[in-house]
Design a binder for this molecule. Structure first.
Ligand code: NAD
Length: 426
């Protein structure tokens, strides 16, 4: 496979979301004929809202946190993306992640643009009552810029279905009517979708299955190592095992269990079922998280955190295919090294996009006030993933691109065409 020549040999610093998003935009633009004015517009977010979020603590004292909502582009539909509660949330990080969401929604052909936001707070330092008050006030501060047809938040790091329920309730109270479509990732009892939680893992598994098939192999002859046994990693591992693959290693933050004959992943508790319990399971061997990445397997699925495949270990990756379950697990420098070595990297914006795709289904269900069965959600997800896979595969074949470049080309072509068709106002 021909690839774009590497321009970085080392990771000078690990990639920030904004740097990565801008770099990918430029790389994709180099492969298609697109109006430079459109690229210039896409380098900048439409709006980055910064708000103060005062919170009365349980002891009566008051603290003020800073919250953000970055809205990158909405040419194809409302902004869409998570809200995270984390001490290191910044305007720049939210902006980069919102651009990433623009590409992800476009590669999946969803009628959404990219958004991301959050509050710079350590969620572990707050009681449940405090988190509820913080969320309600944050929802109020963002009320003018969000809405079911404007900007639709979702859970992210440090937030969950309950956070979304509070956000939706606060927004609905002020609107004077129940507005379930204001957020996705809610509990099903108030308009959430079945299958939302396992969707990013399911899409990662579907894409893995297609990549194995594309390489002329059978899942029953395929070995897989998975880093991270949380929502994404565990769901992907279990589905792939159900479909016949041999999962030889799974890990959590403390390390991995390894069995060359295959693990029973349904017996290993997920992060949610029992946090950090992977090493307590019976297995012939335990290995480190670094070892997991370098195992001689057919498929490696990094599904824990970002920046784990770097210039330092890219040469040691022995898998033929890397499927990015996590967001941003491969640095730019590592990506070039893997491409040179003909290791196929199926990018995050395609692999884990089942999450935002089922969020889209949730939004459709909310707007139509009609809940879908789990079977329907999974069938439609399968269909969407196959369409996106085939769109990206066509670009890989037509332009001889890496899978990552091809995914960005598909995304950018759609956004650029929409911008060119709508024109620049006024
Ligand atoms: P999670 O919290 O459910 O699980 C994370 C897992 O990774 C845990 O098993 C944890 O022990 C392990 N882990 C944490 N730090 C680690 C480290 N340094 N090395 C090895 N393992 C480590 O998280 P998740 O929801 O599965 O998310 C995983 C990744 O997937 C993240 O990059 C996230 O942004 C991305 N993602 C998640 C979703 C989603 O909706 N859950 C959607 C798209 C992308």
């Amino acid at each position: 496979m021909t690839t774009t020549p590497p321009t970085h040999e080392t990771d000078d610093e690990l990639d920030s979301a904004l740097v990565t998003a801008r770099r990918q935009l430029e790389r994709a633009a180099a492969h298609i004929d697109v109006d430079p004015g459109v690229i210039e517009r896409l380098k900048h977010p439409t709006k980055v809202q910064q708000v103060s979020v005062p919170l009365e603590r349980d002891d009566g004292s008051v603290e003020v946190y800073t919250g953000y909502r970055a809205q990158h582009d909405d040419v194809r539909g409302p902004y869409k993306g998570g809200l995270r509660y984390h001490p290191e949330v910044t305007a720049e990080e939210c902006t980069g992640l919102s651009m990433w969401m623009t590409w992800k929604c476009a590669v999946m052909d969803l009628p959404f643009g990219g958004g991301k936001g959050g509050v710079a707070v350590d969620p572990k330092s707050l009681s449940s009552d405090e988190t509820e008050r913080l969320t309600r006030r944050f929802a109020e501060e963002l009320r003018d810029v969000v809405g079911p047809t404007k900007d639709v938040p979702a859970p992210d790091m440090g937030t969950d279905a309950q956070t979304m329920a509070w956000f939706m309730d606060a927004y609905s109270m002020q609107q004077g009517e129940t507005v379930p479509g204001i957020v996705t990732g809610k509990p099903p009892v108030i308009g959430g979708s079945y299958g939302r939680e396992e969707a990013p893992g399911r899409s990662t598994a579907i894409v893995t299955r297609e990549a194995v098939d594309y390489n002329g192999r059978d899942l029953s002859d395929t070995t897989v190592a998975v880093q991270g046994f949380g929502s994404v990693g565990a769901n992907a591992a279990r589905l792939l095992e159900d479909w016949g693959a041999t999962i030889v290693a799974v890990s959590d933050v403390n390390g991995a269990i390894y069995d060359p004959d295959g693990l029973s992943t349904h017996d290993v508790p997920t992060h949610e079922e029992e946090p950090e319990a992977v090493l307590e399971q019976d297995a012939p061997e335990t290995i480190t998280n670094e070892d997991v990445l370098e195992l001689d397997v057919d498929v490696l699925i990094p599904a824990a955190v970002g920046n784990v495949i770097t210039a330092d270990n890219a040469d040691a990756i022995a898998a033929d295919i890397v499927v990015e379950g996590a967001n941003g697990p491969t640095t730019f420098a590592a990506d070039s090294i893997l491409a040179e070595r003909d290791v196929q990297v199926i990018p995050d914006i395609l692999a884990n996009a089942g999450g935002v795709t089922v969020s889209y289904f949730e939004w459709l269900q909310d707007i139509n006030r009609r809940q879908w069965s789990l079977e329907r959600v999974n069938a439609e997800l399968e269909e969407h993933m196959l369409e996106a896979w085939n769109d990206v595969r066509s670009e890989v074949e037509a332009k001889d691109l890496t899978w990552r470049d091809a995914a960005y080309v598909v995304a950018l072509s759609r956004i650029a065409e929409a911008k060119a068709t709508r024109g620049l106002w006024p």
